[in-house]
Design a protein around this ligand. Sequence first.
Ligand code: UDP
Ligand code: MG
Length: 311
Amino acid sequence: MANFFLVSIVIPVFNEENNIGPLFDELQQALKPYKYEIIFVDDGSTDKTAGNVKKLTSKHSQVKLISFQRNFGHQMALTAGYEHSTGDCVISLDADLQDPPEIVPQMLDKWQQGAKIVYAKREKRDVDDPLKRVTAVLFYKYINLMSDSPVPNDVGDYRLIDRSVVDYLNALPEHSRFLRGLTAWGGFPTDYVFFRREKRHTGQTHYTFSKMVNFALEGITSFSTKPLRLAIYLGFLTSGFSILVIIFKSVQHFIFNQGDWLPGWASLFFSIVFLGGVQLITIGIIGEYVGKIYQEVQNRPKYLIKERINF
Ligand code: UDP
Ligand code: MG
């Protein structure tokens, strides 16, 4: 069957100078039978990443570059790629060759069979270090417990989405973009292609522990107000518990004339500290959402573009 459709490939790159060349070679190989464009989104790299992409753009008109003014983060880079893509479907993947381009044809097959979203799903995580593995398991467990729309397990940002999904994402007004969740939230027909995740080709991961924690918090708070409800439950639970203790103590003292009424700084100390902690947690949770509202009403641009090539 002739392939009349256009495939857009979106690749966020942040300090990946040594991965650009090998990645492009593999992509070219995998995309030979198709019409395609490759959009590199340079997320404020400080090394030769942009220069290396520019070399490709001057030789290949289907290679395009968007350069950000500064680092806006992986999710914003993906967002910019989606907004600039023109393909009938868009495939996003990491630049470090952890997402193997050779499964692209399988993804396209599933798409042609009717799936609007095709996730590349990791078969094993044996190349990730133990910390990453444990945090990833906890993250998906927790996010699916807390969130109203499930995020599929063990899929990263390597996925194909149909033009209709791209349009839906581009039309979303929110500035906080947890794309894994937003994509799933739409409820489009979904399919999977399995692959084994390789080690990073060169360089280090850019997701430090604190970045991962931030990412997880973003994911949870973007998709659910359940933590707020949890705060209310916690409040009921602790105040209910202390009322019960007071009733118990009063009955013991006034009716049975038993029990120590005066001493007990330990229990006082405990309850003050405990309640103080609960209050701080709940204020923190509320603050998290207030902060999100603040960000949304500020209505700042999601990213700033320094340069665009081949558009
Ligand atoms: N990335 C980005 N901006 C950032 C961090 C990462 O555009 O602030 C890109 C990075 O270049 C890579 C992809 O996002 O193409 C995934 O990042 P990384 O491989 O460091 O994450 P990991 O695979 O370790 O989760
Ligand atoms: Mg990676």
